[in-house]
Design a protein around this ligand. Structure first.
Ligand code: UD1
Length: 419
């Protein structure tokens, strides 16, 4: 168990580089199963979630060599198609191997991932999609088994644009016979990155980034080793942008694709934050207290749910009253109680939080309940008047590479304490 001790009140100034995207790296690692050979992935972030995915693939029998942000993975040695409960419990996103194991081996068994801190997160859309492609699904004793003698391309209409379901269905359809069309697909940039990786591997996927994705099935022997550089992490970059705004600092975030940050840039500008957009960087300048703004989380290109907690920290200090509505996850206000301990005035009514901005937050003894809630509390602590102790830093390490090192390089005072 580790904690952060953060002394607030310093303006962050300087340049910070966003790492490669966690949510792109995870499905890409899972997709490497499909080609029974080697894949090389650059810019993979060194995060706890990525380590868990590597453990999952090693457990299945893959050979992995990692050097900093490069991962070489040979999946030709995979023997097993089953994932234990112990591994599934370590990370929900392990469910992303469902599609690629089924595609390559015609069989997969994983422990049911169950709910998590932010919501119940069912798998029904993943399973309906795999069933439509010809799999028989059994859910027994907490395990999901999917089996198919032959996978056949088909038309699939998703009830809602789930990111994970879209990714799993794409991966299964790669080696299915014929054409699969996914309608009402998720449009997140990480799905475009997955498509690019798969196509480098010899797959034929079109349309990612729109709501209709078309996959022409190929034969296993058509797949080749792929070398791919993962896109920058838009949520990490967004978190740094809010760090600049909340501390009234001036921070340039490099290694970004500004288009992916548009929903956040628009909201921050509306709140009065100055932002300069370059080709692959954004420069953010805080201008004192921000103005209150309303936010509703939506599927991409709407405002990302993964930035909602961080924005709530910022709006706690805004001039005026903001309303933040969470439409993606039913239980994503765990940070509210902790922000209140710091002096924030937030009331939750159903899926909305009403935030009356206060002039200052004070340091407190806090606990991170999940990844983005943890990030939100780090940001609030950076802006708070005195010291904060933040427990359960392991949640934050799931999605941010040594956040304290990055923020200290910008002038923050933040240390990691090993209990
Ligand atoms: C991914 C991201 C996560 C992000 C989320 C929404 C990864 C590894 N994680 O999660 O960081 O917060 O997208 O942008 O990429 N749903 C169903 N049935 C299903 C699947 C999903 O009802 O079968 C619901 C979920 O309960 C949730 C909503 O759909 O309410 C969105 O979930 P989904 O897009 O699937 O998120 P993930 O892929 O799990």
């Amino acid at each position: 168990m580790q904690k952060f001790v953060i002394v607030g009140g310093n303006r962050l100034k300087g340049t910070i580089r966003a790492s490669g995207s966690k949510n792109a790296t995870l499905p890409i690692l899972a997709a490497s199963i499909l080609n029974a050979g080697k894949s090389t992935i650059y810019e993979a972030p060194q995060l706890r979630d990525v380590s868990v995915m590597k453990d999952v693939l090693s457990y299945l029998g893959a050979k992995i060599v990692s050097d900093r942000n490069t991962i070489e993975i040979d999946t030709s040695t995979i023997q097993s198609v089953e994932i234990t409960e112990e591994l599934m419990r370590r990370m929900r996103a392990s469910n992303l191997v469902l599609g690629s194991l089924l595609g390559r081996f015609g069989r997969v068994k994983i422990s049911y991932p169950g709910g998590c801190q932010i919501g119940s997160r069912p798998m029904n859309l993943h399973l309906k999609g795999l069933q439509a492609l010809g799999a028989t699904i059994q859910e027994k004793f907490g395990y999901i088994t999917a089996e198919a003698e032959k996978l056949r391309g088909t038309d699939i209409h998703l009830d809602l644009p789930s990111v994970g379901a879209t990714e799993n269905i794409i991966m299964t359809a790669i080696l299915a016979e014929g054409v699969t069309v996914i309608r009402n697909a998720a449009k997140e940039p990480e799905i475009v990155d997955l498509q690019n990786f798969l196509n480098k591997m010899g797959a034929r996927v079109k349309g990612a980034g729109t709501d209709t994705i078309k996959i022409e099935g190929v034969r296993p022997r058509e797949l080749i080793p792929a070398v791919h550089t993962v896109i920058p992490d838009r949520i990490e970059a967004g978190t740094h942008m809010v760090a600049a705004a909340i501390t009234g600092g001036e921070v340039t975030v490099t290694n970004v694709i500004p288009e992916h940050l548009e929903p956040l840039i628009a909201k921050l500008r509306e709140a009065g934050v100055s932002i300069t957009v370059g080709d692959d960087y954004v420069k953010v300048q805080g201008n004192g207290r921000v103005k209150a703004v309303d936010i509703k989380t939506m599927h991409y290109p709407g405002f990302p749910t993964d930035m909602q907690p961080q924005m709530m920290a910022l709006l706690s200090l805004a001039e005026g009253t903001s309303v933040v509505s969470e439409t993606i996850f039913e239980n994503r206000f765990k940070h509210v109680a902790e922000l209140r301990r710091m002096g924030a005035d937030i009331k939750v009514e159903g899926q909305s939080a009403i935030i009356k901005g206060v002039e200052k937050l004070s340091g407190a003894y806090l606990e991170a309940s999940d990844l983005r809630a943890g990030a939100s509390l780090v940001l609030a602590a950076l802006a708070a008047e005195d010291g904060t102790v933040l427990e359960n830093v392991h949640h934050i390490d799931r999605g941010y590479e040594r956040l304290e090192v990055k923020y200290n390089s910008l002038g923050a005072r933040m240390i990691r304490v090993h209990n």
